[in-house]
Design a protein around this ligand. Structure first.
Ligand code: SF4
Length: 501
């Protein structure tokens, strides 16, 4: 008999994967079902199987786990297993790595508590693990990093779990590129994702000093996918197509690694090792504006948001975390219902004709549907606004001769008139092979002036890090790709405008 915490039905015998395999048994022994010839030496066994799942833009491996706790280390007995108590998080993608280890950074705090209880650990163990993963100055890379430290994980716990759980985030920092303006692009290799070979995950640390602001801050721009399926025509990342959906752990790890980088930089400044450098402000703001469409990876991003904003974890305020989307309307509604983080919508055009060309997702969710949803979620009328102080940020990249006319500015005023919002105008950052060009400075100012005159809150975003391809729309690597996402035919009247631009 298994003990009380046997959690899943022993279907593994049929495919030679009895959980007892984790300790002593061999597949051959279970050809006819587990008979329990040997007694496992450990309390808990993990089994996992890997499914190859074809994604629209390439293959993505999905790991599916089944968990078994063998309280008193007896072999399998189907009748004693109860599936209802299987932790629900095990059904999520990216919870196990290719070695079958549980990725603790893919779990919310509630998941982690649930896991502790399910394996017979005290719930307080969750708090201890959480602290070592996320609390300032913790950020450990392995369970063993806590040995000999006050409140470190016990030797017995580490011994028992070392091979089965990991605090690793599934990324390895490959390089950091510093731009002239102090922006730093971090490039990570993905473990266990050969389909992303060479491409890497990119996150950008952006020190921000605003005139008049009481103190500087640091913003981190994170990626949610490698490449992107949306194929926005002006975006370098979009040319890659979708290569990999990042797991929650891989998203969270970008933040943890960036905090390690800032802490190490500041330590070196304080030690006099970098005489010309100033310390960096702590990372207080996160924007999901790196590689990928975050709402196309909704589940992983949702978990990552919970981890980032947990008060005992990475402690980010939801007001300081912004998720940007090109307008996946159902997921946008779901995010607003699930999280208090800020929403940014990449609008980029004021007519369906232009938007369906430069933001192809508009063909599925045209402007009327997108704007209608935003009018419901962020109504200007304070009496019906669901949450005080909430607004949506519209992002609008200005492309010379395409979407930067004063008529566009007037239409933008109309489109946003019933929405509590701000508008952020973005200067286009060119990349090799693009047919688009940045708007002239006078046109940018004239466009902004029309919006301001109508009372629209409107800023122009600085271009940061473009000398290291770290600026908005420049992330990614297409060198090793033999197939790029297609450039779409522009509407006829823009053909000339593009050539002449
Ligand atoms: S702009 Fe954003 S959504 Fe569009 S292709 Fe680039 S990364 Fe994807």
């Amino acid at each position: 008999m298994h003990g009380q915490r046997v959690l899943t039905q022993c279907l593994r015998t049929a495919r030679g994967l009895c959980p007892c395999l984790a300790s002593q048994h061999t597949t051959a022994r279970f050809a006819g079902g587990c008979q329990g010839q040997s007694k496992p030496s450990t309390k808990v066994g993990w089994v996992q199987r890997r499914h190859a799942q074809e994604m629209a833009s390439g293959s993505e491996k999905m790991l599916e786990a089944e968990y078994l706790s063998t309280e008193d280390a007896q072999p399998c007995s189907t009748s004693s297993l109860t599936k209802s108590s299987t932790p629900a998080f095990l059904a999520r993608k990216g919870v196990l790595n290719a070695r079958g280890q549980l990725m603790l950074k893919s779990l919310t705090y509630t998941d982690l508590e649930q896991w502790c209880i399910s394996v017979g650990e005290r719930p307080q163990r969750a708090r201890q693990l959480w602290k070592w993963m996320y609390y300032d100055g913790g950020w450990v890379r392995s369970l063993d990093d806590t040995a000999d430290l006050q409140d470190g994980l016990s030797a017995a716990f580490r011994e028992q779990w070392r091979d089965r759980i990991t605090v690793d985030g599934g990324l390895r920092l490959r390089s950091v590129h510093k731009a002239a303006d102090g922006t730093r692009k971090m490039v990570f290799d993905l473990q266990d994702s050969p389909e992303a070979a060479g491409a890497g995950v990119e996150a950008v640390i952006i020190p921000v000093e605003r005139p008049g602001a009481s103190r500087p801050r640091t913003t981190l721009c994170v990626s949610s996918q490698v490449g992107c399926a949306q194929n926005c025509q002006f975006c370098f990342t979009g040319r890659m197509g979708l290569r990999v959906q990042l797991s929650a752990a891989q998203i969270v790890e970008q933040v943890v690694e960036a905090r390690r980088h800032v802490a190490e930089h500041n330590r070196r400044v304080a030690a006099g090792e970098l005489p010309a450098a100033a310390p960096l402000a702590p990372i207080s703001n996160i924007v999901f504006m790196g590689m990928g469409e975050p709402l196309h990876n909704f589940e992983a991003v949702g978990v990552a948001l919970e981890v980032l904003c947990h008060p005992q974890g990475l402690q980010l305020s939801p007001n300081k975390v912004t998720v940007s989307t090109v307008g996946l309307v159902p997921q946008m509604r779901a995010l607003a219902a699930r999280s208090a983080v800020q929403l940014a919508v990449s609008l980029h055009a004021t007519t369906d004709e232009v938007r369906s060309w430069i933001v192809p997702l508009n063909r599925r969710y045209p402007l009327a549907e997108l704007i209608g949803a935003l009018e419901e979620l962020y109504p200007k009328n304070a009496a019906v606004r669901p949450r005080v102080g909430r607004h949506v940020l519209f992002e609008y990249v200005l492309l010379r001769g395409v979407n930067d006319s004063l008529e566009d500015a007037e239409r933008l005023i109309q489109l946003t008139s019933a929405i509590e919002c701000k508008v952020n105008l973005i200067l286009f950052n060119p990349h090799a092979g693009t047919p688009f060009k940045a708007s002239h400075q006078e046109q940018v100012l004239a466009f902004q002036a029309v919006l301001k005159a109508a009372g629209v809150l409107c800023t122009v975003r600085d271009s940061r890090g473009d000398d290291e391809m770290a600026a908005c729309g420049q992330l990614g690597n297409i060198d090793e790709l033999n197939q790029l996402a297609p450039m779409l035919k522009p509407p006829l009247r823009f053909k000339d405008a593009l050539v002449a631009a």
